[in-house]
Design a protein around this ligand. Sequence first.
Ligand code: FDP
Length: 300
Amino acid sequence: MNIEEFLLRNNTDEKLSELILFLSKQGKTIKSGFLNSQNKTETKNVYGEEQMELDKWADEILINGLKSTRLVRYIATEEQSDIIEIDNPKNQFGIVIDPLDGSSLIDVNLAVGTIIGIYPGHVLDRGENMIAAMYILYGPLTTLTLTIGKGNGVHDFVMNDDGEFFLTKENVEIPDGKIYAPGALKKDYLSEHVKFIDNLEREGYKLRYSGSFVADVHQILHKGGVFTYPGFVKKENGKLRMLFEANPMGKIMTEAGGAISNGWIDMLSIRPHAIDEITPVYIGGKKEINLIQMYMRESQ
Ligand code: FDP
């Protein structure tokens, strides 16, 4: 079943379906950019245009497409400092996008991805109010992982040669598993985080960290365990962006039976104040998220 048939079968709102289909089609275009960027010999691409960094290029593809289709009212992306508002939009949706997460790994051919969250209106909203979230992962295969609404599950698709996504796994649920993906420098860990990591290591968790948030969380979603980019010395809020990285991936993880936390509380219950807000992130199985929240509470 292709993604269009899947959306239809699940009685997805027509406007939301149109938007998800549009976004899924950008996967093929963005993927083609990886090939073109390999041809980079000077600062110009094969068409004689100034070569842009791929994350900025993907950002333009998505923003220009959304502007011309007018499928959303608000666009916020990791590459833009302000929210873009579309004139005369067809829908009132707000969209948050990390066009290419993990972009520092492109030159070594590791998996990177596009992360997207969709809100019914303005984007400075609690993650729990998202009406859909998805990511496209560009690895050996190009896959799309999607959740729509509340309680409708998480579903995996794979792209074929024509750029069309087909359902491969319905109702993905995070299993019990012993993988941990720890960001930040160990020497800068805060004491509660040290206890948390020590506990995981004592329990025999295996370290798996690529440096691409979207790919690392994708692994945790399918194999179990926890990804963390904590707050650390002199950067108590950590590194990852709440709007573009944490919340959409957190929405997907939560719908798959897992959880996301800033170490203290459910991230999806927090209202962001600015689009560039950063936050400590713990995302994965409920067991692991409860553990860090217990250490944090104990430290009070
Ligand atoms: P990148 O800088 O390559 O874009 O927030 C972006 C991010 O990657 C995440 O994808 C990744 O988990 C993290 O930063 C990696 O940070 P470190 O290099 O500090 O591990």
